[in-house]
Design a protein around this ligand. Structure first.
Ligand code: AMP
Length: 575
C-alpha cells in the first residue's frame, strides 16, 4: 500500500551523509582497509570483531550488557569476550575441533552463546546457531544435514534431543552450560572445561572464502537448507551496520533478534562488534514493560527490531510509554516482514522518531535495501539499494522491468556477503541463480519512479509468520507424523499482527473425529516436535486436500479458496 506522505529528514553529519554520491562512487575493495588483518596471509572475523578492540585501547569498553527475565545483569568488556572465547576455543580444539568442522549451538540467549560463536570463528570452524524454541525434529534435521561434531547446549534443552542422538552418528561431543547432573561419556561441562583452559589462543588465519556460519532456512519444498556464509561477509557486515543502522562509536545498541535468525547473528553479533559498539542482549520473551525498561536502563540509542514486535508494542498502548524515559533513542530500524505505514506513523507520535524499514534475507547475509538516515522515508517502502548493491525488478527471463511494474526482486550477484553454498546441496544453491546473472530472492516487489522499492509478496509458498520463515512442507511432514492425521496441506493466511499465520487443512485417519481437544493436541504436538513458532494457529478438518495428478499438494488452490480469490488453472488437479 503506497502512502502519500513522505517523511523528510534533517541533514545528517555522520555515516552515509550523501546517498547518491556514495552509491555512484562506491567500491567494496575500499572497505577492506577498515580491517586490521585483511591480507593474503589470511583473515579472521573474530579478530576484527573482538580481539583487535581488546588489544587496541578498548579492552575495558563494554561489548555486551546482558540481562535476563529475572533481572540478572552481567557486563562483558571486549577483553572479557576475548578471554572467554579464547578459553572455549582451546576447549574445542582439545576435543578435536578443526577448521571447517561444524559446531552447533542450541542455547537461549545466554552470554555463552555469544562467546561460543566467537570461539568457533577463532578456530576457523563453522557455527550453526539454532533457536532454543526448536523441537527434536528441527534440531535433528540441522545436525544431521551438517554432520555437526559438537553441540553446545543446556541440560534442559539437551533432554529434547536425547531421543534423536542415536540418529546422529557424526555428533561426538555435547558441551553443557550449567550442568548440575552427572555427565555421560560424550558430555562435558562448559564451566569446568573453560575454567581449566588457557586464555591464550592463537587465532587461526583463514582464507576470506572459508566458511563462517551456517543457518538453516525454509523454502517451499524439502527440508530446511543450510545457507552458508564465509569470513569475507565481514566487509558487508561492517559497512551495512555503519550506514544502514547508523551505528557510531558511542552508541548503545539493541538488536532484539535471536542468533537463530540471521538478523541476530549478523546484526546481534558481527555487525556491532566489528564497529566496536556496546550492545545490549536481553535473554527473555517479549514483554512491553521489560522492553521499555531495557531502553531506559541502558540508555539504548539505536534499536533494531521487527514489525510484529512493534505492532505488539503499539497494541500495548501509549500510556505504558509514559512510564519510561526513552529519550536516549535516536535511531530505530525494522526488518523481517512488511512494516505497515500505520506503525511508522505511530512511532513518530510516541517515540518522536521515524522507523527505518530495511530488507534482506538469510541468503544475502546483510542489508540489501534500506531507508537510510539521510534519505526521506516513504512509509511502506523498504527503501533504496545499499551502495554496491544492484537491485532490480525483473521478469522470469531476467529482463529489467520499468518503474511501477510488479515482478521478481533480483540482485546482481557478487556482493561480499552473498551465500556461498547450500550445505551439501549444490542443486538448491543453483536454483537461486537460474536467471542468468541474477540472484533471485523469491520475493516480488516493484520500484517507484524515485527508485524506492515496495514489497509485494513471496513468489513461492514460503510463510512469514512474525518474521519467522516457515516452509509449509516442514509443517505438513510433522503433522502427518501425528497418529490421527492422514494428510495435511499448510498455507499462510494474512494476519494484522504477525503478517501471516499458519493454517493447516487436515484429513483425519479413520476412527478419529474432529474436535477442539484434538486441535489443541495437534498444535501442542507441532510446537514440541518442530518449533514453538511453527504450529498452525488455525486448523480446518477437511475430507480431502487438493492435489495435482502427480500427488503434490495444491497450496495455491487452498489459499485461493481460503481468501476468496480466483482459483486459476486447475487442469493439473487430481479428480
Ligand atoms: P529470512 O531469511 O528468514 O530473514 O527471511 C527473508 C524474507 O523475509 C524475505 O525474503 C522477505 O520475504 C521477508 N522480509 C524481510 N525483510 C522484509 C521487509 N523489510 N519487508 C517485507 N518483507 C521482508
Amino acid at each position: 500500500m503506497e502512502y502519500k506522505e513522505t517523511i523528510y529528514k534533517t541533514p545528517v553529519k555522520h555515516g552515509l551523509v550523501n546517498y547518491e554520491k556514495t552509491y555512484k562512487n562506491f567500491n567494496w575493495d575500499d572497505i577492506n582497509r577498515c580491517f586490521d588483518h585483511f591480507s593474503d596471509d589470511g583473515v579472521n572475523i573474530a579478530h576484527e570483531a573482538i580481539d583487535r578492540h581488546a588489544e587496541n585501547g578498548c579492552k575495558d569498553k563494554i561489548a555486551m550488557y546482558w540481562e535476563d527475565e529475572d533481572n540478572v545483569e552481567k557486563r562483558f568488556s571486549f577483553s572479557d569476550i576475548k578471554r572467554q572465547s579464547s578459553k572455549l576455543a582451546n576447549v574445542l580444539r582439545n576435543l578435536g575441533v578443526e577448521k571447517g568442522d561444524r559446531v552447533f549451538l542450541f542455547l537461549p540467549r545466554t552470554h555463552e552463546l555469544y562467546v561460543s560463536i566467537i570461539a568457533i570463528a577463532k578456530l576457523g570452524a563453522i557455527a550453526g546457531p539454532m533457536f532454543s524454541a526448536f523441537g527434536p525434529e528441527a534440531v535433528k534435521d540441522r545436525l544431521h544435514d551438517s554432520e555437526a561434531t559438537v553441540l553446545i547446549t543446556t541440560p534442559e534443552l539437551s533432554q529434547r534431543i536425547d531421543e534423536i542422538k542415536e540418529e546422529l552418528p557424526a555428533l561426538k561431543h555435547t558441551i553443557l552450560v550449567n550442568a548440575e547432573k552427572n555427565l555421560d561419556e560424550d558430555e562435558h561441562s562448559y564451566e569446568s572445561e573453560t575454567n581449566k583452559a588457557s586464555e591464550s589462543f592463537k587465532i587461526r588465519w583463514v582464507d576470506p572464502e572459508d566458511d563462517l556460519f551456517v543457518l538453516y532456512t525454509s523454502g517451499t519444498t524439502g527440508k530446511p537448507k543450510g545457507v552458508t556464509h564465509v569470513h569475507n561477509d565481514m566487509i558487508s557486515h561492517y559497512i551495512t551496520t555503519k550506514w544502514a543502522l547508523d551505528l557510531r562509536d558511542d552508541d548503545v545498541y539493541w538488536c532484539t533478534a535471536d542468533p537463530g535468525w540471521v538478523t541476530g547473528t549478523v546484526y546481534g553479533i558481527w555487525g556491532p562488534w566489528l564497529n566496536k559498539v556496546s550492545q545490549v542482549v536481553y535473554n527473555g520473551r517479549y514483554d512491553a514493560d521489560k522492553w521499555y525498561s531495557i531502553i531506559e536502563k541502558y540508555k539504548v540509542t539505536v534499536w533494531y527490531t521487527a514489525p510484529t514486535a512493534l505492532r505488539m508494542l503499539m497494541k500495548a498502548g501509549n500510556e505504558i510509554i509514559k512510564k519510561y524515559d526513552l529519550s536516549s533513542l535516536r535511531y530505530i530500524c525494522s526488518v523481517g516482514e512488511p512494516l505497515n505505514p500505520e506503525v511508522i506513523k505511530w512511532g513518530l507520535q510516541v517515540y518522536n522518531l521515524p522507523i527505518h524499514d530495511n530488507w534482506w534475507q538469510t541468503e544475502t547475509g546483510s542489508i540489501m535495501i534500506a531507508n537510510f538516515p539521510s534519505l526521506p522515508i516513504k512509509p511502506g517502502s523498504m527503501g533504496k539499494p545499499f551502495p554496491g548493491i544492484s537491485a532490480k525488478i525483473i521478469n522470469s527471463k531476467g529482463k529489467v522491468l520499468a518503474p511501477g511494474k510488479h515482478g521478481l526482486l533480483g540482485l546482481k550477484s557478487g556482493w561480499p556477503s552473498m551465500l556461498r553454498k547450500v550445505w551439501a546441496n549444490e542443486e538448491k544453491y543453483n536454483e537461486y541463480f537460474k536467471i542468468s546473472g541474477w540472484y533471485t530472492t523469491g520475493d516480488t516487489a516493484y520500484m517507484d519512479n524515485d527508485g524506492y522499492f515496495w514489497f509485494v509478496g513471496r513468489a513461492d509458498d514460503v510463510i512469514n509468520t512474525a518474521g519467522h520463515r516457515v516452509g509449509p512442507f516442514e509443517v505438513e511432514s510433522a503433522l502427518v507424523e501425528h497418529k490421527a492425521i492422514a494428510e495435511a496441506g499448510v498455507i499462510g493466511i494474512p494476519d494484522t499482527e504477525r503478517s501471516e499465520i499458519i493454517k493447516a487443512f487436515i484429513v483425519l485417519n479413520r476412527g478419529y473425529k474432529p474436535s477442539p481437544t484434538l486441535k489443541k493436541e495437534i498444535q501442542g504436538f507441532i510446537k514440541k516436535r518442530l518449533a514453538a513458532h511453527a504450529y498452525p494457529r488455525e486448523i480446518e478438518f477437511t475430507k480431502d486436500v487438493p492435489k495435482t495428478r502427480s500427488g503434490k499438494i495444491m497450496r495455491r488452490l487452498l489459499k485461493a479458496r481460503e481468501l476468496g480469490l480466483p482459483t486459476g488453472d486447475l487442469s493439473t488437479l487430481e479428480e
